[in-house]
Design a protein around this ligand. Sequence first.
Ligand SMILES: [Zn+2]
Length: 125
Amino acid sequence: MPPDSPSVWGLSYTAVEVELGSLGGGQYRALASRNTVRIERDAVTTFRVAHEVTHVWQKRHYLMPAAFLGAPCLRQPDWNCTPTEAHADAVGEAAVLAGCGPGDFGWPNAEVTGCALPNPLEVHP
Ligand SMILES: [Zn+2]
């Protein structure tokens, strides 16, 4: 699938589905940079898309809500738990609880449910 350029929270980003194992395998099935989210083809879930686009949001706004300093991570293992990961996990979990799908975050060829997207500034640990 060619890269797509969706947007969420007023930010556009490039969405790329990559081949299984191409992000190094193991824990790393998805990666976000300032402008691009890469997720392995079979690993596109609401949680993962929401988590990764939250990293795009953090990078573009140079921001991470202070409440997440020292907060536990909902899904990251302890060795990978930082405030930015705790925040991204919380937004991901909020998206799942809100009934969102990957398409609600602009992910290409994914269902748009019309859920109430979590606001990264309003999610709390
Ligand atoms: Zn992360």
